[in-house]
Design a binder for this molecule. Sequence first.
Ligand SMILES: CC(C)(COP(=O)(O)OP(=O)(O)OC[C@H]1O[C@@H](n2cnc3c(N)ncnc32)[C@H](O)[C@@H]1OP(=O)(O)O)[C@@H](O)C(=O)NCCC(=O)NCCS
Length: 318
Amino acid sequence: MWYAGRSCIFQQPSRLYDLDVQALADIVVRPASPSDRDAATALTRAHTTSMRDSAAPRDTHAPDFSLGGTFLVALLENAVIGVSVVNTHRTELAGLVVAPHLRRRGVATALLAAARAFADSRGFAELSAPLEPTGWLERRGWVRTADRLALHLSAPRGWHIRPAHVSDCPAICEVHLQSIRELCAPHYTPDQVQAWCDGKNPAMYEMLLQKSPWFVAEESGRVLGFGDVGPARSELPGEWEVHGLYFSPAAAGRGIGGAMMRRLESLAREAGATSLFVRGTVNAAPFYSHMGFAELGRDTHRTRSGVELPSVAMRKTL
Ligand SMILES: CC(C)(COP(=O)(O)OP(=O)(O)OC[C@H]1O[C@@H](n2cnc3c(N)ncnc32)[C@H](O)[C@@H]1OP(=O)(O)O)[C@@H](O)C(=O)NCCC(=O)NCCS
């Protein structure tokens, strides 16, 4: 299992999730940085022990921080006053806690908004919460299913990203070939493109799906593209690698590849990765640079069908 040994991950601040919610109470919510770790841990521990205290309002989501995930922190004058945790693998809000003396000031609402933005920008179909209490979340658009609460996110964007199933393999194969033949081909010779496509068939993807986490982006039942990440073949400790990231020509340029990249990154980070490597196609190098990867050098990439193709080695520190 590639999720064994998951740990709590503290992200670097990112402009995407800097939510300035001064209108509520001079609160800033952002991904936790390493320096927030002690304060965030202390707050979550204190909350866990006081959860049944009658003085504690029942309007925060009972935490199960043991699940780990991406921690988002609320700060007031640089002090951590609240934490929410989103577990990317389980697409779940794993915890939400606010310092008891600052409850009912909109902090939990801001943390929930940050968790939602995090999930949305990674293409979650929905964010779920397994725990009581329900009323506070239901008043914020969450719906009760048999045993959990869920916040549906795929409307209005229309598409979502989900783990790939064996039944997706024919569509994955088709999208991969289309993507190579139309989006990559202008940057490679016809012979390279032909060799690259040779041997790709649905059965090949069925085997690959067993080896590492694969995701597909889907819209109205149609597979738009896929992403595949896992521990790197390199010797660098803590390094994971993007093995594949391909979209159909019609789907490219709609923000879905970026969402897939963020999804793969969160998954890797939450599984303990400290850097992400990619041997990108020549055409995708500017995209990876835009997503925060630094170029290590020109290289060749041995495709799954055994062909050496010009590529760009790139790395991102997580
Ligand atoms: C590379 C690829 C995966 C990117 O996916 P995409 O859906 O087209 O990318 P998005 O529309 O989500 O773009 C995400 C961000 O990257 C930026 N971006 C995309 N392509 C870019 C480029 N060539 N140069 C600079 N920035 C780029 C977008 O402007 C967007 O920025 P924003 O989030 O600040 O608005 C996709 O184009 C593709 O499938 N290409 C062919 C296959 C391939 O070469 N894959 C790489 C294999 S290693």
